[in-house]
Design a protein around this ligand. Structure first.
Ligand code: SF4
Length: 504
């Protein structure tokens, strides 16, 4: 009698940390539990066929914002062809407002919140009785010291080809209303020495890319320093085979000791994801986000100017109280600080988040279908929001891709938001497309745009060529490699960050 743990990942490279936690905590059921991951875009019938090949008694699905629609089809099909298989759901997408969801109606049981303890307990009841009386089971939050860490479940193939997600803590003490973590009461740390021992074992097995999913890595500076020292020691011991660590940080908290540690990281070894979300104090107050803007700006500038850390900074458009002009001011302020990437996100109404309390007053209109993006507010109408959505996509192609490093400052000039919006509107009018624009075509379009703005055509061609020379071939090779590593990978516009619980 097999128990299957399954989910549809957004990409092949995203190994599911949540499923591995469940497997690691199955206790005596672990030997009969199998993990089977899929990638969105796969046919539901093929997924069901592969699941049933294991003759499962129970199938547990991890349901997230990016896979809820496809998982609903999978569950519907599974229950039609094999109604005797017990379906248990879990994951952030079904943990809130479950009564409204089709997938919950189709399933037998639902575990909301943390599943480490409750999922195995529910499986025991299903297998050995007595039959669980309730359909919905609230996940028990055991102290993290009692939760088995799952890192030995990353296979050699995971280590070689996929992003390894790790967490030194769970939860967040802040209350930003657009974010699911705002429902946590606090942040809970894992035992740091036990955690680092697991990281050491992963490193010894060849892991070199560690992506921390901790909501606020730099809150507890003592622990942050210990983790950073772990990576510095690895870098010192293996300078020719360096590790790369990715952390999410709050921007206004960078004490001197942390700065000193960050300064020691050589190029290409450290990435920070920094949530600014909005520089508008009124908006911050409305969504209960506590942030010292001056301190945050100073820290971002310092990181850009003095360290080798790669900086990816998030902004959100469509928050209550924000209009296009105030968003533009925040965007320009951020561009001036010089981060390597700006993730321009559109607000999403994640199930369970308190942002809905502003719906009436600020006339927030959200798409009823995942990922529940905002369509209009009292200050940004639908047409303007569409322009912002396209701006975000073109920004990814032109700016975040890093392919137009020399050209970008010329495109942005003294008014980055306004100038890029003009380019974005023109690109859309000219191509009628916001994705799948080949690099060659994009380079030609950018050159045309520069000429339209009055630049001499030879100078424009040379400027774009200085970025573009040799990149087309390199990109083709890159794509070929990606395909090889991810044969089933479906392209998804959702970032992993969105996927976990953010709106960006
Ligand atoms: S946005 Fe960041 S700081 Fe705010 S609640 Fe979410 S995880 Fe915490």
């Amino acid at each position: 009698m097999t128990i299957l743990l399954s989910t549809l990942n957004a990409r092949y490279t995203h190994a599911s940390l949540g499923l591995r936690y469940l497997l690691a905590n199955m206790g005596e059921l672990r030997s009969r539990t199998i993990l089977q991951e899929f990638v969105i875009g796969a046919r539901a019938s093929d997924i069901v066929e592969r699941l049933l090949a294991h003759k499962p008694r129970i199938v547990g699905f991890g349901v997230y914002i990016w896979n809820v629609e496809e998982t609903t089809r999978v569950v519907a099909l599974l229950k039609r062809v094999a109604p005797e298989v017990v379906v248990v759901l879990g994951g952030p997408e079904v943990s809130y407002e479950p009564e409204q969801q089709e997938i919950v109606k189709l399933a037998d049981y639902l575990v909301t919140g943390w599943g480490d303890v409750t999922f195995p307990a529910l499986c025991r009841q299903i297998l050995h009785g007595p039959k669980p009386l309730m359909k919905i089971h609230a996940g028990v939050q055991r102290p993290l010291d009692d939760v088995t860490m799952p890192y030995d479940l990353y296979t050699d193939e995971d280590i070689a080809h996929r992003t390894l997600y790790v967490e030194a803590s769970r939860g967040c003490p802040f209350k930003c209303e657009f974010c699911l973590s705002s429902l946590d009461k606090t942040a809970w740390p894992f035992d740091i020495d036990a955690f680092l021992a697991q990281m050491d074992a992963l490193h010894a097995r060849g892991a070199r890319l560690f992506k921390f999913v901790d909501r606020t890595f730099n809150l507890n500076v003592k622990v942050s320093l210990k983790i950073m020292q772990f990576f510095l020691d690895k870098l010192a011991a293996h300078p020719d085979d360096p590790v790369y660590a990715h952390f999410e940080v709050v921007p206004d908290h960078l004490p001197e000791a942390l700065r000193e540690s960050i300064l020691k990281f050589p190029p290409g070894t450290l990435q920070f994801e920094v949530g600014i979300q909005s520089f508008n104090p009124e908006v911050q107050t409305l969504v209960s986000r506590r942030q010292n803007n001056e301190k945050a700006a100073e820290n971002i500038r310092w990181l850009c100017e003095h360290t080798h850390a790669h900086l990816h900074v998030d902004l959100i458009a469509g928050l209550p109280g924000e209009d296009v002009e105030s968003f533009a001011r925040g965007f320009d302020r951020l561009v001036a600080l010089g981060p390597h990437e700006i993730q321009f996100g559109i607000l999403k109404r994640l199930r369970g988040t308190p942002i809905i309390r502003h719906t009436e007053e600020y006339k927030l209109v959200f798409d009823p279908y995942p990922p529940y993006s905002i369509l209009a507010t009292d200050r940004i109408d639908f047409a303007e929001m569409q322009q912002l959505v396209r701006f975000a996509r073109y920004w990814d192609l032109v700016a975040n891709s890093g392919r137009f490093g020399n050209t970008l400052p010329v495109l942005l000039g003294a008014s980055p938001f306004a100038n890029f919006m003009r380019l974005s509107n023109w690109l859309y009018k000219t191509t009628d497309a916001t994705n799948r624009i080949a690099l060659e075509k994009l380079a030609t379009l950018v050159t045309q745009w520069l000429v339209l703005q009055g630049m001499d055509s030879t100078a424009a061609r040379e400027l774009v060529r200085s970025d573009y020379a040799g990149q087309a071939g390199a990109r083709k090779a890159e794509v070929k490699e990606e395909r090889k590593a991810a044969p089933q990978e479906a392209l998804s516009s959702l970032t992993r960050r969105q996927a976990r619980h953010m709106v960006a």
